[in-house]
Ligand binder design. Structure first.
Ligand SMILES: [Zn+2]
Ligand SMILES: [Zn+2]
Length: 360
């Protein structure tokens, strides 16, 4: 019988980016056992996010290659460090990139979800426990989910009720929750509000669903792709707008429709609504006209929608179990690890694509 008390390195497969913007290569990797506060997870599902493309290009992160991408994922705990108390072998879990210690001043505040003890690791600290061809791999954030096994600090891991399919759980680990939380935690949208959501991918549909659940009376979904219409309506959009079919600028369309503002449309904020920036910006700087600001307009930013992973995320999971949220509708494509380049280079660019999941 195998000795499960002393876990050893596991040899398995992972998608490695050896150099920026090169196709991913599925390689044999070695994944070390967890240290005393970590867990090792057999990843069963991962998903793709546009931030993976940003990191793949090497944007703003320094020469951190070779690297294993992926920051959305779910699986089963394979082994735990001796100090880990709240997770055990066999638990279904999600891998997150923000932690929540519950004790630091940030965790005590309702104004942020960025824990100072378990921070968002924008840049890898070189302590990953995964190697290929004798070289240590850099991670993406604190996990790297495009690998058959991942070693993660246990605080970044959230247990999932077994009634929640892991193929759906992985979708809550970045995009959808970011949009959902943006409306719920950051904007705190009130009953009867009008909301306009620009872009109806997973983040946008999360924002739409939260708006619907919180009782927004009008939810304008704006996208330049008509194939998004049916899905958007299924998630709660009351009015689908394709600006390509109108000669008017988006800001004018939103202003006429709502009098309020959501996402990138500071001009039509009117000092009543708020603008929320969600997601990793493709450009680091934009010009900002300060004059409208003195009339009370508000521009906010949020990370992971302001959702605290241990306090708030279980409430979203419960809504999925209750079928108030149907995450399966987000999945438009599925690939195996062997076919990851098809998903990353091809499916992600298709106009109808919302989520590509990797089934291990
Ligand atoms: Zn904390
Ligand atoms: Zn993401």
């Amino acid at each position: 019988m195998a000795d499960t008390s002393t876990p050893r390195a596991i040899t398995c497969k992972a998608a490695v980016v050896w150099n920026p913007s090169e196709p991913l290569k599925v390689e044999e990797v070695q994944v070390d056992p967890p240290n005393s506060t970590q867990v090792r997870i057999k990843v069963l599902y991962a998903s793709m996010c546009h931030t993976d493309i940003t990191y793949w290009n090497g944007y703003n992160i320094g020469p951190l290659f070779p690297r294993i991408l992926g920051h959305e994922g779910a699986g089963v705990i394979e082994s735990v460090g001796e100090e880990v108390k709240d997770l055990k072998v066999g638990d279904n879990v999600m891998l997150l990139y923000v932690g929540e210690c519950g004790e630091c001043s940030n965790c005590a505040s309702e104004k942020t979800n960025l824990c100072s003890r378990y921070p968002l690791l924008g840049s890898d600290d070189g302590t990953s426990r995964i190697y290929s061809k004798g070289q240590r791999m850099y991670r993406m954030f604190s996990s790297s989910t495009w690998a058959e096994y991942a070693v993660v600090e246990s605080n970044y891991v959230v247990k999932v009720d077994p009634r929640m399919p892991l193929s759906h759980a992985c979708l809550l680990t970045c995009g959808f929750t970011t949009g959902y939380g943006g409306v719920w935690k950051a904007l705190k949208v009130e009953k009867g509000s009008s909301v306009a959501v620009l872009g109806l991918g997973a983040v946008g549909l999360g924002a739409v669903k939260a708006s619907q659940i919180l009782g927004a009376s009008k939810i304008f979904g704006i996208d330049i792709n008509d194939t998004k219409r049916d899905k958007a309506i299924a998630f709660g959009v009351t009015d689908f707008v394709n600006p390509k079919h109108s000669g008017k600028p988006i800001s004018q369309l939103i202003q006429e429709a709502t009098g309020l503002l959501f996402l990138h449309t500071l001009e039509c904020n009117q000092g009543v609504g708020e603008t929320l920036l969600i997601g990793f910006p493709p450009e680091r700087k934009v010009e900002l006209n300060l004059v409208p600001m003195i009339f009370g307009r508000t521009l906010k930013g949020t990370n992971f929608g302001g959702v605290k992973i241990h306090s708030d995320l279980p409430k979203i999971i419960q809504k999925c179990i209750n079928k108030e949220i149907n995450l399966g509708d987000l999945i438009t494509h599925e690939v195996s690890l062997a076919d990851i380049n098809k998903g990353f280079m091809e499916y992600m660019k298709q106009p109808n694509c919302v989520k590509v999941i990797i089934k291990f």
